[in-house]
Design a protein around this ligand. Structure first.
Ligand SMILES: [Zn+2]
Length: 460
């Protein structure tokens, strides 16, 4: 099986060749835990879960390591903690915010049918690795200390006469353009406008750790160095795939590459850089001010997680996605159909017609079209393919029962009415039998008569 992936750095689809087929390694930037995750945050989680499942299918479950971090030190977390728990010492309030939000994130993404990554490192547990990277960068002349900050110098990186990558290569920006575009009110401790923070002093009451480079004041890491440190600790200096949303290419991923390559004197940090496209809602950019900001948690109150998952995968991961109610309704109907057909079938081998498009840079829309093609002719391949993609986690009865719950229909009442109708039909009282059918229809219940008796389902 040949897997081809689009690499943001080389701007082309390339055959995926792992550094070690017995230990395929992928890092994806995870959430900053300060608030409910929104549906845009769900996109990389679902997309890279599909890639994780596909890699496990190709290389074996024991041979793929997926690391997705949790950022638990950040200004947004501090602000939220001070707002939500004003009576508590800040550090305690921060712990409450990160624990609650982390739990909520797991509940959300579990419901979306995503496997847990192999490792979920927390930034606050990797401060030692961050300090070490920073020390190496200073020793190599790529970073400097100024007013208790440590700053990385992209200009020093690009001036180095070595096999290091150029700063700006991933996002295709030249340093000159960045200098020209930099704001004028640059922090006074920066030598150049493009320098970015590796370490900064903590304000009183904020989380703080002993600083690197002999800085006396305690401090805390910048965001970018967190991912370099966690990727290094769990995947090594050089690994296979680094993923995240397209909005992370610059500056976050550009800075990760700079830090890791300069600290370890490497030409590359990851061999393939993958980025999912933007998500908008009903053709508009999602934002708190437009009032169309939807959390995963809110959507899960109305829809099973697998409906959200399917709805996400109907669009290719690199294309922008328009999240609409109409599309959600269609996704729900499709899943109803698949559950009815395949949930209780013995799952066979995933169909080649489904795997092939996935091998071509995760072409999930084509894979879904192939699933539709299987529905009439190979139910066991349909069941196996759906499971590979993270669907059919419930039985057909559980799925139907959940729909009934969501619709407020009382299954016992429906069964009672159907029994009454059957009795009316057997005594040839068709007026009464029709009246009950209409009553059920008004409740949103569709019935179907066959030789075996009467079955029913919720008509969405
Ligand atoms: Zn990151």
């Amino acid at each position: 099986m040949e897997l081809r992936l689009y690499d943001t750095l080389s701007r082309e689809k390339r055959t995926f060749l792992p550094l070690d087929a017995n230990n395929v390694r992928m890092y994806v930037c995870g959430p900053t835990v300060y608030d409910f995750a929104h549906i845009g945050n769900a996109r990389p989680v679902i997309v890279f879960d599909v890639l994780f499942r596909l890699l496990r299918h190709i290389y074996g479950e024991a041979h793929v390591k997926y690391v997705r971090n949790i950022t638990d030190v950040d200004d947004k977390i501090n602000d939220r903690a001070a707002r939500d728990f004003p009576g508590l010492p800040l550090n305690e309030a921060i712990r409450k915010v990160t624990e609650q939000t982390g739990r909520q994130f797991h509940a959300d993404v579990d419901a979306l049918g995503c496997l847990r990554p192999t490792v979920e490192p927390r930034a606050t547990e990797h401060i030692g690795e961050m300090r070490e990277i920073i020390e190496r960068l200073i020793a190599g002349g790529f970073a400097y200390v100024a007013e208790d900050h440590v700053l990385f110098s992209p200009q020093a990186m690009n001036a180095a006469n070595s096999s290091l990558p150029r700063y700006g290569a991933l996002s295709k920006r030249s340093l000159d353009e960045m200098i020209a575009g930099a704001r004028v009110d640059v922090a006074p401790y920066k030598r150049d406008a493009t320098d970015f923070v590796l370490w900064k002093p903590s304000k009183p009451g904020e989380p703080s750790w002993p600083s690197p480079a002999g800085i006396k004041a305690e401090g805390r890491p910048g965001w970018h160095v967190e991912c370099s440190a966690m990727a290094w600790k769990h995947l090594g200096e050089h690994f296979d795939i680094h993923g995240g949303g397209i909005d992370l290419v610059f500056p976050h991923h550009e800075n990760e590459v700079a830090q890791s390559c300069c600290a370890f004197h490497r030409e590359r940090m990851a061999n393939y850089w993958m980025h999912n496209g933007f998500l908008q809602v009903e053709s508009e950019k999602m934002s708190k001010s437009l009032g169309n900001f939807i959390t995963i948690h809110e959507l899960l109150a109305d829809w099973p997680g697998e409906v959200l998952r399917l709805n996400m995968l109907k669009t290719h991961y690199r294309s922008p996605i328009d999240w609409t109610m109409k599309s959600l309704e269609e996704s729900a109907k499709t899943l109803d159909d698949w559950y009815r057909l395949a949930a209780d079938a013995a799952p066979g081998k995933p169909a080649a017609s489904v795997i092939e498009p996935l091998l071509d840079d995760l072409n999930t829309p084509l894979a879904i079209a192939a699933l539709h093609g299987l529905r009439g002719n190979d139910v066991s391949a349909l069941a196996g393919s759906l499971r590979l993609l993270g669907f059919l986690s419930e039985s057909a009865a559980q799925w139907e029962g959940r729909k009934q719950q969501a619709s407020g229909v009382d299954a016992n009442e429906v069964e009672r009415l159907i029994a009454e109708r059957t009795a009316a039909r057997s005594r040839k009282d068709f007026g009464e039998s029709d009246r009950i059918r209409d009553l059920l229809a008004a409740m949103g219940v569709a019935i179907k008569d066959s030789k075996e008796g009467t079955t029913w389902e919720i008509a969405r």
